[in-house]
Design a protein around this ligand. Sequence first.
Ligand code: HSE
Length: 304
Amino acid sequence: KEITIYSPATSANLGPGYDIFGLALKEPYDLVTVEIIESSCKCCEKVKISVSGEKAEEIPLDPTQNTAGVVALKMMEDFNIQECIHIKIQKGIKPGSGLGSSSASCSGVAVAVNKLFELNLDDLKLIKYASLGEAVAAGAPHADNVAPGIMGNFTLTTSYEPLEVLNIPLDMDVVVALPNIQVSTKEARKILPQEIPLSKMVNNVGKATGMIHSIYNKDFENLGKYMMGDQVVEPCRATLIQGYDEAKVKVKDFAHGITISGSGPAIIAIPKNKECSSEIAKIFKEIWDCPIYETSVGKGAYEI
Ligand code: HSE
């Protein structure tokens, strides 16, 4: 018995929404298959993992070190699942790219285990399980990638203790670039200030709330403007991504807004229209000569 889940890339933060805002993308995506298997030897683990696709060789196969493995082990422990499983991950999302690669595998496996063993967990519980994998990957169980990864659309993780997530439908095109630059999420979190002046808090709350108003009004021009108004996280991380400042200037006429996706190096832009989308893709290609996705906001993980 096996089940395969489509698990989308996600873009977290979107400027002023650090650890809160997240967006599910139609492309790229991982395919996560979970199969119930006979245990072949007495000493084998309950969870076996194999990975293919984008940078598969860099992903640990030990289930206690693999983000999806950690999620599966915890769910199996909590629900007293005695069977052994084989998790097969086909990576379409490049690891360490800023597009929620590890969280896509975590979300995919949470949804698969839930279906396969008929656990009937709601989205919030699945997000909680999936975010355990993020703790392994990023050093903190941030939920702003797994929340859209499970629910789709645009999500707001409005509270961590207890976990609370809101979901807003959003139909919007985006252009994403994956520059070939290494940025570790753990490191990109460490460089952020632990305290900020009140004036910056006022700015960021203003911009973040403006974004929500813009989404409800389908006002993508203002959405992009507010998205670029972060004064805390994006300015710190911008220095890690060579070519980003140039991209910001060059896409100005074609994009409502541009920002760093998650902890980077991926960059996400909101095109003014379809033609602008191709222009932005061209500009990104010239600057980084890297994979580009002209895609749109999409659904959360689902069985295929
Ligand atoms: N909110 C997280 C961060 C997302 O910016 O560190 C990581 O993809």
